[in-house]
Structures are given as structure tokens and as C-alpha cells.
Design a binder for this molecule. Structure first.
Ligand SMILES: *Cc1c(COP(=O)(O)O)cnc(C)c1O
Length: 519
């Protein structure tokens, strides 16, 4: 545990009110919840999980300079030790396959096993981006078919498939905008971003070289159209708007915002992370959007988390399509699939700003997303949005009598219910409710985001939770709220039953110890 302690993480069993339980065991294990050291602490020299045969000939002379000089500093573990190590660790983890992940903005939904089955077919799983094109026509067909669905679902002109995450897609969109401005010979340098935006929006704009200006929200939690209009001018490159926004609300002025931005020569970037709420219902292209990333790993299932794999294709308007990055997979007028690269960029992509990644993007995500789309069909996708919104409103209306819901008077929410911690007993806050949820067997909701709401609790149940499952979550949330209102001190030390207690989250985030010190 040394490495973890160095980062300020406190082992759970050392918590004050668990001391008694701890002394009951000498192993440190807790019922069937097992403590686990690092593999380096477990391992010993000379142990190995595999028996290698002795080499029957000396190494080739011309590779001797590549031979290892000594034993690599890896933990020596037998196979059962390695298997138990990872199985024990996995039991300390929470997963979407164990229960709901109500993280607002993250869209953590069930991942259909069918997606996995298809993504693992050798013809998809084992393709290599440097294979001759004629040997990967099926993979290119998958990219093109998915692109076609994304274009039709969003009502846009084109889509850049290669960005590897939402934030990467934001960068791609802003680089398209930058390239379009360059082509017009303009040097607009300001991007307007609402106060409620996800942190990646201002970060991306700054990274792409723009100055960021915040635009305020109305008391109803929407972008203040008049305040935005007052900021527009020849220096504004564009706006970044999230729709539905991070307060879980649809931006009804989106078209008016886009018209105003276009009238002053700017572009409209839409953060499409919340597309789950409107897929099959609203086409962003109809609202005047010029660029929008789609988090395939949110709206179209596919496992994600912990920085795991993602894909953030960016749909583009007619105005921005010519600047999309290479490579580009298109279906030509001859009906054949064309791979546009540097050497044939004249085929409609002469103004490409460059490339976002070396190759085509996340093939595994493309396969999963297309499987999800094809197994739902257009009507099924519309129902995804409807059920996601229904579930969020069920949570909202089931708790608004006990937790303040800042924007609930203005009507139903979209796919996320937003509460504030105003009204809890003195000294109690959102964090206590979040930690209490862990003891109740739930992953906490998104906390303290969006910043425009005091002690925000952003809950996204997604469409894949059943009514019975939602009722269990609601019962826990109500019970915790009642305890926090009554000043129940035991909540301050929650979680009591998790493998780790309250962590020093600032230290863990700022000074993580990620390397075994003796390596
Ligand atoms: C998730 C999210 C992003 C970033 O997407 P990544 O795929 O995590 O890079 C941006 N904006 C919003 C609103 C999000 O929820």
C-alpha cells in the first residue's frame, strides 16, 4: 500500500469507526471483500506464470545488441496469483454491469452484448490500418455506413470520423472553423462559451488559440440570447453551445442563436455529448449548427470510463465540410467507396486542415456503434431518446418535494435531473449524499457540475434502467436526503462499507503516484 499512501489515500479499514472490525481479522480482509497489495509487493523473483522451453539454438548474431542485459523489473507471479490479483481488484470496482451509473453528462448505459460479439469478429478486430485497401473493404464499408447514419440522424452535410473522443472532436470542429476563417482571410479570435459549459469547451477553444468569453445563463437555465447577441461582432469566430445543455434542458433559442451568429459571420459549434436525449427527434442541422461532435461511446453505448476508448466523430455543415481532416472515407458517385488521402485530396478535400490522428479513428467503437444503430433502427433510436427523457423526469418528479430542483418549474427536463444541496442541515452538502450513495450500493451521480447550480447533483438514469431499478435509487436518494436534512453525523464519514473510505481527492488528482517506485 506504500505507493497509494504516498498519494494521501487512506486505506479504508483504518477509518475511525471501522477500527473494531479491523482488529477482528489479521489478514486485513473484510468478510469476502479482500484487500490486495500491488502486484510488485506480491511478486517474487524466479516465479513465473508460464513455462518456457529452453532455447534450442543461440540468438542470431545480428540481433545480439537487442538482447536484454538483465532481468526486467517485473513482478514475478504464478498464474493463480495473477488471476486472483486481478479478480480481487475487480471486486473493489463498480461497473455498469453491477448496477446503474447515474453520472450526469456521461451517459453510462447498458452495453448490449451483441455489440461485443460483432466487434470481436476477427475481420473487424484484427484489421490493421496499413493493410492494402482491397483487403479491408468491409472495414471501410462499416466506416462509411456509420458516417451515413450520423449524417442522416443529424441532418448535416458531412462527418469527420477520425477524432477519438468528445474533446478531440471539439478540437477538430474548432480547427475546421479556424481553417474556414483562414480561407476567408479573417483573423477572428474570440469564442463565446456559456457559463454552464463542460470544462472541455473553454479548454478546447483556448487550446485552438482562441480567447474564451463566458456568456451568462437566464434564471431558467438557458443561454441568455440577448446577452449573447450583445457580444457578437467581427472579432467573434463562433460560439460553443451544448444542446440539450448541461442543466439537462433543451435550448429553445438554438435557431435564433445560430441565425444571429451567422449574421455576424461566425460559426456555431454544438457540443453533442447529450445527443442521447434527442437522437431521432431533433436534427441539429435544422437548428443551424455548423459542427457537432457525437460521443459514440455515450449515445450509441460502447463501454467507456477511466479514459477508456471513445470516438468523437464531428458532423459538419456545408460551410465547414471542405475543411474536414484526412483521411476521409466517402462513397463516390460511382457507388464505390473511396479513401481520400494526401495523394488524392483533390477529390473534394483539397482544403482539409490536416489530420487529427494517424489513421481512421476507433474501429472498435465504429463497429459497436453501427451494431447498436442497426439493431435499434430509426424508430428504436427515437425510443431511446424518449425513454431516457422519461426516466430522468421520473427521477426529477420523485425527488423534487425533498431536494430543490432549480429549473423544474420551467417544465420537464431532458435526459438529466438536476438538484441542488440548498436546504440540507448546516455542514452537510452534496458530497455527503454522494458518499452515502456508495454505502447504498450505487455509483454517485455527477457532483458540483454544472457550476451554475449550488452543490449541483446531476443525475442521468439513461433509458436502460427499469422502473424497479429507478425506484430503488430514488428510495436511497430520498433516505440520504432526509438524513442530511436531520444532520445525521454518520453521513460525514460515509462510505462505511466501501473498500476505501473518504479519499484526499485533491491530492489524489494532483499528485497521483502511478509508478512503482522501485521500477
Ligand atoms: C463527455 C462530455 C464531453 C467530453 O467528451 P469526451 O468523450 O469525454 O472527451 C464534452 N462535453 C460534455 C457535455 C460531455 O458530457
Amino acid at each position: 500500500m506504500n505507493a497509494i499512501n504516498a498519494a494521501g489515500w487512506r486505506p479504508s479499514m483504518g477509518g475511525a469507526d471501522n477500527n473494531e472490525m479491523k482488529s477482528a481479522t489479521v489478514s486485513g480482509d473484510h468478510g469476502l471483500m479482500l484487500e490486495e497489495p500491488l502486484s510488485f509487493e506480491l511478486g517474487a523473483e524466479g516465479k513465473c506464470g508460464v513455462d518456457f522451453a529452453e532455447a534450442d539454438r543461440p540468438p542470431m548474431a545480428n540481433i545480439s545488441r537487442f538482447l536484454r542485459k538483465g532481468t526486467p523489473p517485473l513482478p514475478g507471479l504464478t498464474e493463480p496469483e495473477a488471476v486472483r490479483h486481478y479478480t480481487r481488484l475487480s471486486r473493489q470496482n463498480y461497473a455498469i454491469d453491477l448496477g446503474p451509473f447515474p453520472l450526469g453528462s456521461c451517459t453510462m448505459k447498458h452495453n448490449p452484448r451483441l455489440n461485443e460479439k460483432i466487434a470481436r469478429l476477427p475481420g473487424f478486430a484484427d484489421v490493421h490500418p496499413m493493410q492494402p485497401q482491397k483487403t479491408v473493404e468491409g472495414a471501410l464499408e462499416v466506416i462509411e455506413q456509420l458516417a451515413d447514419w450520423l449524417i442522416r440522424l443529424t441532418g448535416m452535410a458531412s462527418v469527420a470520423m477520425s477524432p477519438k473522443a468528445g474533446a478531440h472532436g471539439e478540437l477538430c470542429g474548432l480547427l475546421c472553423i479556424r481553417a474556414a476563417l483562414d480561407a476567408r482571410g479573417e483573423t477572428r479570435d474570440v469564442v463565446l462559451v456559456p457559463e454552464s459549459a463542460h470544462g472541455t469547451n473553454p479548454a478546447t477553444a483556448a487550446f485552438a488559440g482562441f480567447k474564451v468569453e463566458a456568456i451568462p445563463a437566464t434564471p431558467a437555465g438557458r443561454v441568455d440570447l440577448e446577452a449573447l447577441k450583445a457580444r457578437l461582432g467581427p472579432h467573434v469566430a463562433g460560439v460553443m453551445i451544448t444542446n440539450p445543455n448541461t442543466c439537462g434542458l433543451f435550448e429553445p433559442d438554438m435557431k435564433a442563436i445560430a441565425d444571429a451568429v451567422h449574421a455576424t459571420g461566425g460559426y456555431v459549434y454544438c457540443d453533442g455529448a447529450n445527443f442521447n436525449a434527442i437522437v431521432g427527434k431533433v436534427r441539429p442541422g435544422d437548428l443551424g449548427v455548423d459542427a457537432m461532435h457525437i460521443n459514440l461511446h455515450k449515445t450509441f453505448s460502447t463501454p467507456h470510463g477511466g479514459g477508456g476508448p471513445g470516438a468523437g466523430p464531428v458532423v459538419l455543415s456545408e460551410a465547414l465540410a471542405p475543411f474536414a481532416p484526412l483521411p476521409f472515407v466517402t462513397r463516390g458517385s460511382d457507388g464505390e467507396i473511396h479513401l481520400v488521402e494526401e495523394e488524392n485530396r483533390a477529390e473534394g478535400h483539397g482544403q482539409a486542415f490536416g489530420r487529427m490522428v494517424a489513421f481512421h479513428g476507433q474501429m472498435g467503437m465504429f463497429t459497436r456503434a453501427l451494431t447498436y444503430i442497426l439493431s435499434h433502427g430509426a424508430d428504436g433510436l427515437r425510443q431511446v431518446a424518449e425513454d431516457a427523457v422519461l426516466n430522468a423526469n421520473y427521477v426529477l418528479r420523485s425527488c423534487e418535494d425533498i431536494l430543490p430542483a432549480p429549473f423544474a418549474q420551467s417544465g420537464p427536463c431532458m435526459h438529466e435531473a438536476l438538484f441542488s444541496d440548498a436546504g440540507l442541515a448546516e455542514g452537510f452538502s452534496t458530497l455527503d449524499i454522494a458518499k452515502g450513495l456508495i454505502d447504498e450500493g450505487f455509483h454517485p451521480m455527477t457532483v458540483y457540475f454544472p457550476l451554475v447550480v449550488k452543490g449541483a447533483m446531476l443525475i442521468e438514469p439513461t433509458e436502460t434502467e427499469s422502473r424497479a431499478g429507478l425506484d430503488r435509487f430514488i428510495a436511497s436518494l430520498r433516505s440520504l436526503t432526509t438524513r442530511a436534512k436531520a444532520g445525521d453525523e454518520s453521513l460525514h464519514s460515509a462510505p462505511h462499507f466501501a473498500p476505501r473510505r473518504r479519499l484526499d481527492e485533491t491530492l489524489a488528482a494532483r499528485k497521483p503516484v502511478l509508478v512503482w517506485p522501485e521500477a
